[in-house]
Design a protein around this ligand. Sequence first.
Ligand code: CP
Length: 312
Amino acid sequence: MLSTKHLLGIKQLSKADIELIFTQADHFKEVLNRPIKKVPSMRDVTIVNLFFENSTRTRISFELAEKRLNADVLNFTTSSSSVSKGETLIDTVNNILAMKVDMVVMRHPSPGAAIFLQKHINASIINAGDGTHEHPTQALLDAYSIREKVGELTGKKILIVGDILHSRVALSNIYCLQKLGAKVKLCGPPTLMPQNIESLGVEVEYDIKKALQWCDVANVLRIQLERQDIQYFPSLREYSLYYGINQTLLNEIGKDIVIMHPGPINRGVEISSEVADGKNSIILDQVENGVAVRMAVLYLVHQASVAELQNA
Ligand code: CP
């Protein structure tokens, strides 16, 4: 059983929680490879996907995971809702829950939005990304994909490259990979590196060649221009020149490095097409694994919620 009936962030999960999610995801991955890809594990459970910020992968992956589990699914996007008329987040969610909805999956631009909501409602909440804070299911599917490709994470050297400052993927990955025993190094321009990030137990390397020489796996992040209120580097061209991952650079390093990216990709900026689509890239495996991992999270969060009700 999970130690929590919510998934607010990786920070709140134990190593045992993460391993339980992976074991359950292994089972659901097998289900997804059957001719009939559905199981009745969440029949009669109603889930709302509340997306206050744009998404392609996460929203579709959650909806597909819910449908594969036979849950009833509602989708909400801000642009077509009464949020634009001034309704608060708590009022919006309480009105949806009044219609007998059991679980909330939420993406929100404000860091801490899922934690805030959890204090005000009774339903289980899964954080699908809250601003620059956490993106727990992305970190889980990333770690699951690394484990699938290179084996258990203990002692593995994982590099996270790019816009660390604005990245919820980076923070959730740091928590998740460290809980599983991996070594984590960060690389990017000094202006996109959070101050005192070393206090989380990670190393920082500003030289991309040295960073790549060190790692087994490189997780390449997008420059999040939509979260940047000032200019953090002179131009995208300059960023690409110093920190972009391309085949010439990898050839110079001369070792096989597993390449990851959470998407969406800005081809030719943080990663070249040759590398993103190359033989060492597991970018689409990450997307595929996302469905099984999210099925596992939804199922286990629901089980924990049912157990809490039974013990009340
Ligand atoms: N990786 C990720 O969160 O992608 P989306 O923003 O498309 O959901």
